[in-house]
Design a protein around this ligand. Structure first.
Ligand code: IFM
Length: 474
């Protein structure tokens, strides 16, 4: 035993020894190099150049230049002691036009990244789609078109064929709710369409794409672990009134149950289909069997709780879009999101770790038992680099610590929770908010590209080293 090991104190809350300790990013948010090595254009490349779409007209042509700095970034991950790194593949790097032959240079980048991670003992977790649809496919109809699902399965098979020998853990579509409803209903995200009926079709085709990709990948290898990835919210009615309870049912239905029931039960919830009315006439025979192909795990992203009211006149406070946008709440546009008085992050999102506990218990009780992984959890705050060169981000540290305590309590209660990925490893391009919101454990100076681990990163490294954490007084 080394001196360092003898000094490690046993924490109060010890996690299972095989618990996965990770951090996550996505391709478009960190890579830059948008015109290099044969990469095609994505819907985000188009969107960010349209006036008024992103705060301060910012874009991700360079962002934090991970494409060129990946070796240094992986070294930093190793210094922090990360056990796993979740990143996404840029579809237009692999297939510049979204179909046809693969771009060898695109695959080569991810192959080198995977090798670099493995050489430092970090397990690569691949996400196949984190919102950067090739523009050519959007021009051909985008996610409202069924054909896009088939193109996705081909792309998934190509990536899996190239990396499946070294990457065991895969997820298909990150947060299909966002891709469908922010992309095609509110227009807050690329491609910026505002058409409720199209957004519902998009949601179904994103789920179908997931299922077709699972089939294609399973046909290639039997040792790959595949998960779907959803963003879930705890949802509470503001009062016990019938209107507020109905509002909570609707928002929980569209945000949570629409995706969970489809993936894990092979059906859409009847009440949500009723709310959507004619917009839901898109399911073809056999689709739901494909969508609910057996999974090895469910990845869930958790940030906050929604408190909702069905009483007209409530002020919307949750995740307000930076620019003028429509409503993503198709069929529930009358619902308002109200503040419940909890502290908020820089996004205006209320901090509520109890909501995560509630969701984990609910998943275990109401759905077929399946291993769970928190694939994103974290918070944006207005970080400053202090005179001592350190980012004292105590609020982020407290946020992550509180959610990890919740994870521990859930495991103790019998929830099959296997891992936790902090969002995000580094500050990066926060979609319509540009560089205004910093989610990173590691601070990035966008002028110099200097990376400096924040206090939360150093604390997280200690937590990983100790295999757990202490009570709130820590
Ligand atoms: O930055 C995003 C990420 O791309 C998807 N999940 C939520 C994060 C914070 O908004």
């Amino acid at each position: 035993m080394t001196t360092q090991e003898t000094q490690i104190q046993t924490p109060d809350l010890v996690f299972p020894t095989d618990f996965v300790w990770g951090a996550a990013t996505s391709a478009y948010q960190i890579e830059g190099a948008v015109s290099e090595d044969g990469r095609g254009r994505s819907i985000w490349d188009t969107f960010v150049k349209q006036p008024g779409r992103v705060v301060n007209g910012e874009h991700a042509d360079v962002t934090i230049d991970h494409y060129h700095r990946y070796r240094d970034d992986v070294r930093m991950m190793a210094d922090l002691g990360l056990g796993a790194y979740r990143f996404s593949i840029s579809w237009p790097r692999i297939q510049p036009d979204g179909s046809g032959p693969i771009n060898a240079k695109g695959i080569d980048f991810y192959s080198r990244l995977v090798d670099e991670l493995l050489s430092r003992g970090i397990d690569p977790w691949v996400t196949l789609y984190h919102w950067d649809l090739p523009q050519t496919l959007e021009d051909a109809g985008g996610w409202p078109s069924r054909d896009t699902s088939k193109r996705f399965a081909d792309y998934a098979a190509a990536v899996h064929d190239a990396l499946g020998d070294r990457v065991r853990n895969w997820s298909t579509v990150n947060e299909p709710w966002c891709a469908a409803f922010l992309g095609y209903a509110s227009g807050e995200h690329a491609p910026g369409r505002r058409n409720p009926a199209e957004s519902v079709r998009a949601a179904h085709h994103l789920l179908l794409a997931h299922g077709l990709a699972v089939e294609a990948m399973r046909a290639q290898r039997s040792d790959t672990r595949i998960g779907g990835c959803v963003n879930l919210y705890a949802v509470t009615p503001q009062t016990d009134s019938e209107a507020d309870r109905d509002a909570a049912r609707r928002i929980d239905g569209l945000q949570n149950r629409f995706f969970l029931d489809a993936l894990l039960k092979g059906e859409y919830p009847a009440d949500v289909l009723e709310d959507l009315g004619e917009m839901s006439g898109f399911v073809q025979d056999g689709d739901m069997e494909t969508v609910s192909a057996p999974l090895d795990m469910l990845l869930l992203n958790y940030y906050s709780r929604f408190t909702v009211s069905g009483t007209p006149g409530g002020a919307a406070s949750a995740a307000a879009a930076p620019t003028d946008s429509g409503s993503p709440w198709v069929g529930s546009e009358h619902v308002s999101f109200v503040g419940a008085g909890r502290p908020v992050t820089a996004m205006g999102w209320e901090i509520d770790d109890a909501g995560l506990h509630e969701l984990l218990i609910r998943l275990t009780r109401e759905y077929p038992r399946i291993p769970l992984v928190i694939s994103e959890n974290g918070a944006a705050f207005d970080d400053v680099v202090d005179a001592d060169g350190v980012v004292h981000d105590r609020e982020r540290l407290d946020y992550i610590a509180a959610h990890l305590r919740t994870c521990h309590a859930a495991i103790e209660a019998g929830v099959p929770l296997e891992g936790y990925f902090a969002w995000s490893l580094m500050d990066n391009f926060e979609w319509a908010w540009g560089y205004d919101k910093r989610f990173g454990l590691v601070h990035v100076d966008y002028e110099t590209q200097a990376r400096v681990p924040k206090e939360s990163a150093l604390w997280y490294a200690g937590t990983i080293r100790r295999g757990g954490l202490n009570g709130p007084a820590e």
